[in-house]
Design a protein around this ligand. Structure first.
Ligand SMILES: [Mg+2]
Length: 151
């Protein structure tokens, strides 16, 4: 059940990231969780290939910065369901030591807030930043030439 809820949250976060990230950012998921049908043999094979326990669910690479998002249910850190595992805590520490950013997120709005906080956003549309230009496109007012950047 928890896994299904977490899946829905992660899916919604991915849908938001597809349109909200700036052009110099990409994201991807690391499907580390879930059950492995291959048992210990497959586990060893994956480990040999670099699969690491505790790796965050989503990774964003933005202008040379790595942002790791561990998706959890909204239950919170005091519930077993919404709690990081020991390996996830170790991964958090490793990522942070290497200069990456790591966050446990429980909703789309938490991810949006995080991206806003660090300035990882799409550039604002022309007109929303400058009232004069906005008014011009609405057929009102005029743009004073000294306000128009030439380069
Ligand atoms: Mg997770």
């Amino acid at each position: 059940m928890t896994r299904r809820i977490e899946h829905k949250i992660q899916k919604a976060i991915c849908e938001m990231l597809h349109y909200a990230l700036p052009p110099d950012a990409i994201f991807w998921a690391v499907p580390n969780g879930g059950s492995r049908k291959g048992g210990a043999i497959e586990g060893k094979r994956l480990k040999d290939e670099g699969v690491t326990a505790g790796v965050a669910d989503l990774h964003i690479l933005w202008a040379g910065r790595l942002i790791c998002l561990e998706v959890k249910t909204p239950k919170g850190p005091h519930s077993k369901e919404g709690k990081q595992s020991d390996s996830q805590k170790e991964w958090q520490e490793t990522v942070t030591q290497c200069g990456g950013l790591y966050a446990v997120v429980r909703s789309v709005s938490e991810v949006k807030d995080l991206l806003d906080m660090i300035g990882c956003q799409k550039p604002k549309r022309l007109g929303t930043q400058n009232n004069d230009i906005d008014a011009f496109f609405k057929g009102e007012g005029e743009i004073r030439s000294e306000r128009i950047p030439t380069e």
